[in-house]
Write a protein that binds this ligand. Structure first.
Ligand SMILES: C[S@@+](CC[C@H](N)C(=O)[O-])C[C@H]1O[C@@H](n2cnc3c(N)ncnc32)[C@H](O)[C@@H]1O
Length: 276
């Protein structure tokens, strides 16, 4: 693996300079700090609430297991508490670097996984993965890319860090997620603060040669409050950048539509790409 610009050791690294949480003046850093704080705050409640994410990580792990990898050097982006990371250890990896923007998620991941000399952890903004080094045989990520501001640029940067023959494998939310929640806002003439996600076609056009499979998953929540509480427990409640959350009155009106329960559809895209 090529030399790292920062010393990566068996311990969690301090956040790179562009992510320090004090004196943030850049708007993008400010948004990222808020995302990191929301996920860090959810580190202890995530596992119990994130059944859907656990299932998606399992689906992605099954796809990764079919790739022709031999003792791979692996980088995971947005490892969270380690749903996918655990499966990566089964690949007989030469090295595994597990990264996330939220320090408390990394701490939780480190406590969850069995101690393994090949595994290192780092706080890292996945949109700027240069600090992680290069020549990886596998770069993977589950349910994290939907948080990126510049997915197309990030895909190019990540592919640039693969060794020849290396693979990128990810799962992310795609266009058409949460239609029930959006429709409830439309009915009231409100704009949902839900994030925008790329379609499968858009993903393919961002990265020529990307293979995309899609899955629709539906989860039922007892009412609108339960759905919002669920998002908080997994740290995924921040609105799209630049959107204000609904005011209290407007939110009450939306929630009233789901007094008898809400089915929420998640559209998941699984992407795999191999470097020639
Ligand atoms: C929904 S969780 C998924 C976690 C884990 N991969 C899983 O499958 O359970 C999203 C994760 O992405 C991380 N994340 C969000 N933005 C990120 C960024 N810019 N760089 C790295 N990680 C990020 C969050 O901290 C969080 O751990």
């Amino acid at each position: 693996m090529s030399p790292h610009p920062v010393p990566l050791q068996g311990s969690t690294l301090p956040p790179p300079a562009h992510l320090r949480y004090t004196a943030l003046v850049n708007r993008q850093n400010h948004i990222k700090a808020a995302v990191a704080a929301a996920f860090s705050a959810a580190a202890e409640t995530y596992d119990a609430a994130a059944g859907l994410q656990r299932g998606v990580a399992g689906e992605l792990a099954a796809r990764i297991a079919r790739l022709p990898l031999k003792q791979p050097r692996v980088l995971e982006i947005g490892c969270g508490t380690g749903f996918l990371s655990e499966a990566l250890l089964g690949l007989n990896p030469r090295e595994v670097l597990l990264t996330d923007i939220a320090p408390a998620m990394i701490d939780r991941c480190r406590k969850t996984l069995p101690a393994d000399a090949q595994v290192r952890f780092a706080v890292l903004d996945g949109e700027h993965p240069e600090d992680a080094g290069g020549d990886f045989d596998l770069i993977c990520s589950s349910m994290t890319f939907q948080w990126f501001a510049d997915l197309e640029g990030t895909l190019a940067r990540l592919c640039g860090q693969l060794a020849p023959g290396g693979a990128l494998a990810f799962a992310t939310l795609a266009e058409g997620s949460f239609p029930e929640w959006r429709a409830a806002h439309d009915d009231l003439g409100l704009a949902a603060a839900t994030r925008s996600y790329p379609s499968a076609a858009e993903l393919r056009s961002m990265l020529p040669g990307l293979s995309v499979e899609e899955e629709h998953l539906t989860r039922r929540y007892a009412n609108g409050h339960a759905f919002v509480a669920h998002l908080k427990k997994i740290g995924a409640h921040l609105p799209e950048a630049g959107r204000r959350p609904l005011g209290a009155g407007a939110l009450r009106s939306v929630l009233r539509q789901f007094a008898r329960g809400i089915d929420v559809t998640y559209h998941v895209a699984y992407g795999t790409w191999t470097k020639s």
